[in-house]
Design a protein around this ligand. Structure first.
Ligand code: LLP
Length: 409
């Protein structure tokens, strides 16, 4: 998104209002050039080592986004059979896809492995099952819980002692016992600390824990440090310093490889970092209500389309695209769902009028992918702007879509 000389916003030269005219409101719009930029930023930061990016596609599974990732050399991390299928539909070979389940039925793991994906084993029972099923005939990674608490809020921290994810590093002896019993071929150690992690320090801490743990596994090829880099949601937010992180982690990784006696590959699986900034949710104001307590701006969207503000109290910057130079006023921006779906409280915006188009920034990650049909509402369309061209990459849902799984019409 750029601000043009006459204070209008544009996405690669395209006026968002034009997109609303053409595809309707509300609308998710992704800027492909931002995704490309973020990928090269990450590649650049780790250019001194053998680093691979596995995009955590739970952030955004639109097939066109996945295809773009594939074209620019990014592989995939998936968490469900559905995401695996989407990866394959986007043209990925199964062996470019890592399956990182969280307590899923074992038949899902089996199907993914038979497909050719590699799995991040996340519990001792799954490791035991893997050993019985495959012995040393298939490789796997182990998801370690390093017992490190970091992340933007408690709901998105995934590596502290109380977290459900992974196998506690304190159970190393049990892990080794099962690995030995079935001669399991462990080719990688994985961990994911959490989301919205700004400082390099937690990344370094978990890296050291994995490097230490790695000494017990002689056949490793991969260390996977997960995702979680912080992006800027609020203007002026400090974010993960990728240059610093790249430099410090790369140095330690090189030392580790020397000690280990072999060149390994370092994997990261970011979601937000790659796609958050690329996305904009456009919505139209339906009612501006001047209540004695508050000025409410209602929009034709709600928690069914972007749940992050309600679920995590997340800040999403809002632009009044129709009146960027209007006088600043204070509003509560709310949705149309029969819940208190407040996008923003006491937010200063250029005067909002009925019919104005608002743009919610940083909606590319965990926006559409966390959307729902609550209140029997339809999901919006999605548009990808790439190489200066806007393309509809998902049509708006219809009432038929809403009804098609009901069997007693
Ligand atoms: N790897 C694993 C194993 C994960 O569980 C996740 C995110 C990622 C990578 C990517 O994390 P990221 O780079 O996107 O922070 N819905 C929440 C975020 C939940 C993330 C869940 N796991 C939000 O909107 O803030």
């Amino acid at each position: 998104m750029q601000l043009t000389e006459n204070q209008q916003y544009s996405i690669q030269g395209i006026d968002p209002a034009e997109l609303i005219n053409q595809y309707g409101s509300p609308l998710y719009v992704y800027d492909g050039s931002t995704i490309r930029r973020k990928v090269s930023e990450l590649q650049h930061a780790f250019s001194g080592i053998n680093m691979k990016i596995k995009y955590a596609c739970k952030a955004n599974t639109n097939l066109s986004v996945l295809r773009l990732m594939r074209e620019i050399g990014v592989e995939l991390d998936v968490v469900s059979p559905g995401e695996l299928e989407m990866g394959k539909l986007a043209g990925y070979e199964a062996n470019q896809i890592t399956f990182t389940p969280s307590g899923v039925p074992f038949h899902e793991v089996k199907a993914a492995i038979e497909d050719g994906a590699i799995v991040n084993v996340d519990s001792i029972p799954l490791l035991e099952w893997f050993g019985q099923e495959y012995g040393s005939s298939k490789p796997c990674l182990i998801r370690i819980k390093p017992n490190v608490a970091a992340g933007g809020n408690a709901k998105i921290m995934t590596a502290h002692a109380d977290s459900k994810f992974g196998i506690s590093v304190l159970l190393l002896d049990e892990i080794l016992e099962v690995v030995k019993k079935y001669d399991i071929k462990i080719i990688g150690l994985h961990q994911h600390t959490g989301s919205d992690i700004k400082d390099a320090e937690p990344f370094l801490k978990v890296a050291d824990i994995l490097f230490e743990t790695a000494k017990h596994f002689p056949d490793l090829e991969i260390i996977d440090l997960g995702g979680g880099f912080k992006v800027s949601y609020m203007p002026g937010d400090s974010i993960t310093d990728m240059e610093l992180l790249g430099r410090t982690i790369s140095e330690r990784f090189k030392t580790f490889c020397q000690e280990y006696g072999r060149e390994l590959q370092l994997w990261f699986e970011p979601g937000k970092f790659l796609v958050s900034e690329s996305g904009l949710l456009l919505a139209t104001t339906t009612v501006v209500k001047e209540d004695p307590a508050r000025n409410f701006v209602h929009i034709d969207s709600g928690l069914n389309h972007l749940i992050r503000p309600m679920m995590y109290g997340s800040y999403h910057h809002i632009l009044n695209l129709s009146n960027p130079e209007g006088e600043l006023k204070t509003y509560n921006v709310v949705g149309y769902i029969c819940e208190t779906d407040t996008f923003a409280s006491d937010r200063e915006l250029p005067q909002v009028r009925k019919g104005d188009i608002l743009g919610f920034l940083n909606a590319g990650a965990y926006g559409f992918s966390m959307s729902s049909n609550y209140n029997a509402r339809l999901r919006p369309a999605e548009v990808l702007v790439d190489n200066g061209q806007a393309k509809l990459v998902r049509r708006r849902e219809t009432l038929e879509d809403l009804l098609k799984t009901q069997t007693d019409l």
